[in-house]
Write a protein that binds this ligand. Structure first.
Ligand SMILES: Nc1ncnc2c1ncn2[C@@H]1O[C@H](COP(=O)(O)OP(=O)(O)O)[C@@H](O)[C@H]1O
Ligand SMILES: [Mg+2]
Length: 263
C-alpha cells in the first residue's frame, strides 16, 4: 500500500488506552462505537486487548470467529468481522472484531505478528469511517505497536492517583515513539465534573513539565451506576439508559473529538 494511502486510513483509527486497567476503556470504546453508528458512521470495533479480550462479553456476543482464528491462519481479518445488532437498531449497528476471551493465548505475540495485524487492520479500515481500538492495560509491546498510528490516541484515566501515573507512563512512551501522536485525555468515573477537571489538570501538568506537550481534554464522564447495570445486562448504555449522566458524557466526548467522516 502507498504510504499516503496508509496515512489516510490510519487517520480513521481511534485508540482507547490507559496504562491502568479497570478505568472503563472497553465500556467507553463500545459506547463510542454505538453512538457513532447511531449518527450514521460505519464503525469497526477491534478488541485489541489480546491477552484478556472481553468486548464480546460486554456486548453479549458469541463470536464464531475471532482474532485468534486470524492469527492461526484459519481465516482473514475481514472474515472474522461480525455485525453487532444493538436493540435500538433494526440492522447491524456496527462491526466487531472479537478477541479470544478468557484464553490469554494472544498475550505474547511476536513483533512482526503484531505489525502484520496492524497492517491488515489498516487495510480493513478502507471499509469504515472509523476504527476503534480497545487496548489492554499496561504498556507492553502489543499496546505500543497498536497505538502507533496517525489517528486519535484517547488516553482514559480515572480520578484514582495510580491511574494518573499509569496514564502518564503510557503517554510518555507513545510520545517518544511518535512525537506527532494526537493524544487526548478522557477522565472516566469522575465523582463530580470538578473532580474530573482536577484529574485532567494534574496529568496535563506532568505532560507539560516533563514532555513539553499539552494534550487536550476530550471529556469527563461521571461515575454512574447505570453503566454497571448496562454491562450486567450486556446492553449498550445508550439504548438502556439514554438519559443517564454517563450517556451525556459519551455524547460530549464524541462532540469534542470533532471527527470528520472521511471522503
Ligand atoms: N462511568 C462509569 N461509571 C460507573 N462504572 C463504570 C464507569 N465506566 C466503567 N465502569 C465500570 O468499570 C468496570 C470496568 O470497565 P472496563 O470497560 O472493563 O474497563 P477496562 O477496559 O479499562 O479494564 C465495568 O465493569 C463497569 O462496571
Ligand atoms: Mg478492557
Amino acid at each position: 500500500m502507498a504510504p499516503e494511502q496508509m496515512d489516510r486510513l490510519e487517520k480513521r483509527f481511534i485508540t482507547v488506552a490507559s496504562g491502568k486497567g479497570g478505568v472503563g476503556k472497553t465500556w467507553l470504546a463500545a459506547s463510542l462505537a454505538h453512538l457513532m453508528a447511531r449518527k450514521g458512521a460505519r464503525v469497526l470495533l477491534f478488541d485489541g486487548d489480546l491477552g484478556l479480550a472481553n468486548i464480546d462479553i460486554q456486548l453479549g456476543l458469541t463470536p464464531a470467529r475471532d482474532i485468534g482464528d486470524v492469527l492461526a491462519g484459519d481465516c482473514t481479518l475481514a472474515e472474522a468481522v461480525l455485525a453487532y445488532e444493538a436493540e435500538d437498531f433494526g440492522r447491524g449497528a456496527f462491526d466487531v472484531l472479537a478477541g479470544r476471551s478468557g484464553s490469554g493465548a494472544l498475550g505474547n505475540l511476536a513483533p512482526e505478528t503484531l505489525r502484520g495485524l496492524r497492517a491488515d487492520l489498516t487495510r480493513l479500515a478502507a471499509r469504515y469511517d472509523h476504527v476503534i481500538l480497545d487496548l489492554a492495560a499496561g504498556i507492553d509491546p502489543s499496546v505500543l505497536t497498536l497505538s502507533q498510528h496517525r489517528g486519535v490516541v484517547l488516553t482514559v484515566m480515572s480520578p484514582d492517583p495510580t491511574s494518573l501515573t499509569d496514564a502518564y507512563a503510557f503517554i510518555k512512551l507513545v510520545h517518544q515513539r511518535m512525537p506527532a501522536a494526537d493524544i487526548r485525555i478522557a477522565v472516566n468515573m469522575a465523582p463530580t465534573k470538578r473532580d474530573g477537571e482536577r484529574s485532567y489538570e494534574a496529568l496535563r501538568k506532568v505532560c507539560q513539565t516533563f514532555l513539553k506537550i499539552d494534550p487536550p481534554l476530550a471529556g469527563i464522564i461521571r461515575h454512574d451506576k447505570r453503566v454497571t447495570d448496562a454491562i450486567r445486562h450486556q446492553a449498550p448504555l445508550l439504548a438502556r439508559h439514554p438519559q443517564s449522566e454517563a450517556a451525556a458524557g459519551i455524547s460530549d466526548l464524541l462532540r469534542s473529538l470533532k471527527l470528520t467522516v472521511p471522503a
